[in-house]
Design a protein around this ligand. Structure first.
Ligand SMILES: *Cc1c(COP(=O)(O)O)cnc(C)c1O
Length: 821
């Protein structure tokens, strides 16, 4: 039986057993007498992992006994990304072992945080989408949901970002170098996944796919503990190995390269997330990775279902297959293939099961970001899947033509195949169309996003299948993003409203009544001040730059993307700098503007923004006239662990995407939870946050999504805004004339040209209002008591943004048996 929190003894045998196990692990180390921090880290992780492995067995046993009538289906969360970050600190907290390890280390004259720091981040994701999946695993465990996350075990994850002469340089992130003490290899779990080859039609009309290449998928489990029960969640990651590791004949002939060809081809699937898709080879590899993830995961699901129930009829009723964006949208085609070809089910039965099982979350409204693949690539790599997609499309379009006779334009718009244009556009498979047609539920990730989704990119489908479309607003796990990242603030909250918020974040509402308590406000700001000092120390260590913890820490950390508008932030920094230089004697609220984020390796404009940030920083930070009153900091290699350091130290959280472009955002939630005020547009989850804690307690500015749409439809001319705004003119001129690039006026020409011609994200239109919002920020910061009151009201209003709430809503709206009716 799984114990509840009340019955829990944290770890079987208690703390003493942990200390003993740790000693046993250390005794195995190369130098057990004076173990290094890495050795201590591995030993502590190994001990935690053994306990988690036990809990894994108990959890699986409990789930297997649920029977066919369970109200909640077992969830299979398919995602190409899981941005897990570090694991030890979370595991220790969940197992209640943090103090024990701290004391054990103290006896070795070591600091717990020094050991925790040695763990490398599991950075198997790009940004928000991958981090969301990681928060969901935490909530799966916490809510006791029978669930598996499925992903790939990338050897180098995303790239590591370095900065050389102000430019981003990418290098492989070798996170597995020291071994991964967390993963549990499952040598008994493996599946064959095919690519290429041909489909033969047999005498009886059945189709047989003979792949040209077969790769073996091996399972590695990463176990995520609940904090308030002994349940765990599993992230099962697939690792590819060649079926025939070496070509023995070629080997004997001395041709070692040829002998290893299969091996290298299989291994390439494990190398990195998002091979640069600016090349054909990169795109092909990416599609293979997607197919590999989907096939191995679904074979695993079918095998488990057969083991538990002995039949496939109930598969869709008992299992949910969730697509985190369209990256795993091959899943319905692969499930159909497995059910039809391997298990001999008739089409209608296989389709019914598939539709019951599959659901899909959309993460972007930008039409150009919707995933499509050339039919040609499918023919070469996944010929049987293409067959099945054609067949699904045939059924779908036939039904459509019955419902809407004569509307061939509609058929063309919603078809799973983009037929290409008369101008040589090639035929492509539309993955979102496949995901929608094959799902019983489709959801957006914030209220505005879900609304716009059915009004814009998916309007046709929403008219055809209105019952499928829902909203489930994102959330973040309070265990990592408050308890772990900000122990001092957590302690303060505990002292005032108790510890229950970790499990039920809505309890934060208890702080609302205390918002006027000036003493509490001062305590909260004292905690903030200490966190800022720690971050200032990190900045000094990393960049050799002194920043004052007395200044307002103004933070924007996230992927670098034009729609997120880091450039607008830089325009403000430049405007402020120019104003300070023009009037150095005036009273200026000191600011430290902090940026972090990676740019996709082929995304030139984003890389140019990173370079501009460094150029501006060099000029501003060395200008004695502004001195301590303005600093610009770019912290390289943004990731989960860096976010955990920066967010608790932020006074201001910049969430300034063009309205209608940021699906939800989750960074915005982490900041507010940690007592930063938000400077934000009316976009994504900013809106719901403002509604939760009061619009008066957020600095909002800018065009709203309907204004953006209107301005664009009327023909937007950014130059008009520049002409009317002297300050904006000076800022643009300074960049254009090379004031930050040592006179090199060519460096930012593409960037400036775009701002003055298309300005697709309306920076020029929002600039003036952004600057006046920045003035409101300065004004409030000078009223510490009012600032602190708003901070408390922000925290108090964040109860609804736990990923526990998000997952509870997925269960209710998407994954319950109820949702199938
Ligand atoms: C939360 C988080 C994100 C998402 O940030 P947004 O501001 O919502 O884009 C990206 N990367 C990391 C490491 C995160 O922790």
């Amino acid at each position: 039986m799984i114990k509840t929190q009340a019955e829990m003894t944290q770890v079987p045998g208690g703390e003493h057993a942990f200390a003993q196990a740790l000693q046993r692990e250390l005794a195995r180390a190369a130098s057990p007498v004076q173990p290094s921090r890495d050795t201590l880290l591995r030993a502590a992780a190994a001990v935690c992992r053994d306990t988690l492995a036990q809990r894994w067995g108990q959890t699986q046993q409990a789930d297997a006994q649920r029977g066919p009538d369970a109200a909640v289906r077992r969830v299979h969360y398919l995602s190409m990304e899981f941005l897990m970050g570090r694991a030890l600190s979370n595991a220790l907290a969940a197992l209640g072992l943090t103090p024990t390890l701290r004391e054990a280390l103290a006896r070795q004259d070591m600091d717990l945080s020094d050991v925790l720091e040695r763990e490398s981040d599991a950075a198997l994701g790009n940004g928000g989408l991958g981090r969301l999946a990681a928060c969901f695993l935490d909530s799966f465990a916490e809510l006791g949901l029978p669930a598996f996350g499925y992903g790939l075990r990338y050897q180098y994850g995303m790239f590591a970002q370095g900065i050389q002469e102000g430019r981003q340089v990418e290098s492989p992130d070798d996170w597995l170098r020291g071994g991964n003490p967390w993963e549990i290899h499952r040598p008994d779990i493996g599946y064959a996944v095919g690519f290429g080859g041909r489909v033969r039609v047999e005498a009886d009309g059945t189709r047989r796919w003979r792949p040209a290449e077969v790769v073996q998928a091996q399972a590695y489990d990463f176990i995520v503990p609940a904090h308030h029960s002994e349940r765990v969640a599993t992230l099962r990651q697939w690792h590819a190995v060649a079926q025939a590791p070496i070509d023995f004949k070629a080997f004997c002939e001395g041709d070692y390269a040829a002998a290893a060809r299969h091996r290298v081809a299989a291994d390439a699937l494990n190398w990195v997330l998002y091979p640069d898709d600016s090349t054909e080879a990169g795109r092909e590899l990416r599609l293979k990775q997607e197919a590999f993830l989907v096939s191995a995961s679904l074979q695993d699901l079918i095998q488990r279902h057969l083991r538990e129930f002995g039949e496939l009829h109930s598969l869709g009723r008992c299992n949910a297959i969730h697509l985190n964006d369209t990256h795993p949208a091959l899943a319905p085609a692969e499930l159909m293939r497995l059910l039809l070809d391997d298990h001999g089910l008739p089409w209608e039965e296989a389709w019914r099961i598939t539709r019951q099982a599959v659901s899909y979350t959309n993460h972007t409204l930008m039409p150009e970001a919707l995933e499509t693949w050339p039919v040609r690539l499918f023919e070469a790599l996944l010929p049987r899947h293409l067959d099945i997609i054609y067949e699904i499309n045939h059924h779908f379009l036939a039904e459509l033509r019955q419902r809407h006779p004569g509307d061939e334009d509609l058929v063309r718009r919603v078809s799973l195949i983009d037929e290409g244009g008369p101008y040589g556009g090639e035929r492509r498979v539309r993955m979102a169309a496949l995901a929608i047609v094959a799902s019983h539920r489709v959801n957006g990730v914030a209220a505005l996003h879900s609304e716009l989704m059915v009004q814009t990119i998916f309007a046709d489908y929403a008219r055809l299948f209105p019952e499928r479309f829902h909203n489930v607003t994102n959330g973040v796990t309070p265990r990592r993003w408050l308890q772990q990242a900000n122990p001092a603030l957590s302690g303060l909250i505990d002292a005032r409203i108790g510890r229950g918020w970790r499990q039920d974040l809505t309890q934060l509402a208890g702080l609302k009544a205390l918002a006027e308590d000036a003493a509490l406000g001062r305590e909260v700001q004292a905690v903030k001040r200490a966190n800022k000092e720690a971050l200032a120390a990190l900045v000094r260590r990393e960049l050799g730059l002194a920043v004052s913890p007395d200044s307002l820490f103004d933070v924007q950390i996230k992927r670098i993307h034009e729609y997120k508008r880091q450039l607008l932030n830089l325009l403000h920094v430049i405007a402020r700098y120019q104003a300070m230089v023009a009037d150095p004697a005036a009273h200026w609220v000191p600011r430290t503007v902090i940026l972090a984020g990676k740019a996709a390796s082929a995304y030139q404009m984003a890389k140019s923004i990173i370079q501009l940030a460094h150029d501006v920083a060099r000029v501003v930070n060395s200008d004695a006239r502004v001195a301590d009153r303005l600093k610009l900091v770019f912290l390289p290699n943004y990731g989960v662990s860096l976010a955990e350091r920066i967010i608790p130290a932020a006074d201001l959280s910049q969430q300034i995407s063009t309205a209608g472009t940021e699906a939800s955002g989750t960074g915005n939630m982490k900041f507010a939870l940690n007592g930063a005020l938000t400077l934000g547009t009316w976009d994504g989850a900013n809106i719901e946050m403002a509604q939760a804690f009061g619009e008066a307690n957020m600095f909002t500015f800018g065009l709203r999504s309907q204004d953006v749409a209107q301005i664009k439809s009327l023909g937007y001319d950014p130059r008009l805004y520049v002409q009317q705004n002297l300050q904006l003119q000076r800022v643009i001129e300074a960049i254009a004339q090379g004031e930050f690039s040592a006179g090199d006026s060519g460096r930012y020409r593409p960037l400036v040209d775009q701002l003055l011609s298309r300005d697709p994200y309306l920076l020029m239109a929002d600039f003036a209002d952004y600057l006046s919002a920045q003035q409101r920020v300065d004004a409030l910061y000078q009223q510490p008591q009012d600032w602190a009151r708003q901070v408390l009201l922000n925290i108090a209003g964040m109860g609804g943004f736990s990923s526990d709430r998000t997952i509870a809503q997925y269960v209710e709206r998407v994954w319950s048996v109820q949702s199938l009716r």
